[in-house]
Design a protein around this ligand. Structure first.
Ligand code: NAP
Length: 258
């Protein structure tokens, strides 16, 4: 598995997104992903599936420290005490002493950013989160977090795929030595049915979804977290590290977002 080297950490470039997976389906998808070699799982308080994610991780028999686990604190729980309660409750549900990455799920005007970031930094100092980061932050807000409040953030998780890849988002993350985690990396399934991506894929014996994911992980500092519920899709999304897009194909995909 390709990894991203960011701030001294090594993060698997491909993870499993678990939004909209719940109950048995979530448990089975996480188990299957781990069997297939995934070592990066993305969940959130808001997804309501942390217990299933944690159980699947434990039942897999894979050492906890071999898996990069992300969870997120929702926008309504970003005041200091609420953020702490939410993060600790996530750890309880996940049945793990720490997450690798704790994210602010969405910015919120209800909580002062500095207060949230301080609460997150305290959780990191206590070892409850190895790293902290944000999600859905604009370049302006990221600048405020890093430059005004001095936050040391590992990543900004944002919507990023062939139809939506604002260069400013990636430039902002890179400028601070951070990773950009691309959510909805197959555009919620739309890219999988894209005829232009499929035509590119035929040259490499790959699918349209694989071209979308490959185009993303070929960008320095970008990780992807596609959600897939079937073993077929899970395996397909893993098989993106044995080919490279030719420059003209990379440019053609980039032009889709422009
Ligand atoms: P996505 O991963 O782009 O797309 C998921 C959809 O694509 C599912 O319907 C899935 O189908 C299908 N799919 C996946 N691989 C496929 C393949 N190889 N061929 C054909 N279809 C395929 O969208 P997403 O779920 O919105 O985003 C991924 C993850 O990002 C989420 O699960 C969540 O963890 C995270 N996320 C974060 C935020 C945030 O605010 N931070 C927001 C949205 C998402 P099947 O399920 O049938 O396999």
């Amino acid at each position: 598995m390709q990894t991203i080297s960011v701030k001294g950490r090594s993060v698997p470039a491909l993870g499993l997104g678990t939004w909209a997976l719940s109950g048995r389906q979530c448990y089975d998808a996480v188990r299957a992903a781990l069997e297939l070699g995934y070592r990066h799982i993305d969940t959130a308080d808001m997804y309501g599936n942390e217990a299933e994610v944690g159980r699947a991780m434990r039942d897999s028999g894979i050492a906890r420290d071999a898996i990069f686990l992300t969870t997120k604190v929702p926008p309504g729980k970003l005041r200091a005490a609420a953020a702490r309660r939410a993060a600790e409750e996530s750890l309880r549900k996940l049945a793990t002493p720490y997450v690798d990455l704790l994210l602010v799920h969405w910015p919120s005007s209800e909580a002062p950013l500095a207060e949230t970031l301080d609460a997150f930094a305290a959780l990191r100092r206590e070892g409850k989160a190895r790293d902290i980061g944000v999600s859905n932050f604009s370049p302006t807000l990221l600048k405020e977090a890093v430059e005004r409040h001095g936050a040391d953030l590992l990543c900004n998780q944002v919507e990023y795929h062939p139809y939506h890849a604002p260069p400013a988002l990636l430039a902002a993350a890179r400028g601070y030595g951070m990773m950009l985690t691309a959510y909805s990396p197959v555009a919620r399934g739309r890219a999988a049915g894209d005829r232009a991506l499929a035509a590119i894929g035929r040259k490499y014996g790959k699918s349209a979804a694989q071209v979308s994911l490959r185009w993303l992980v070929e960008q320095d500092g970008v990780s992807v977290i596609p959600k897939a519920s079937s073993r077929l899709h899970l395996a397909e999304n893993m098989a993106i590290f044995d080919f490279a897009l030719a420059p003209e194909d990379r440019a053609a995909v980039a032009a889709m977002a422009a």
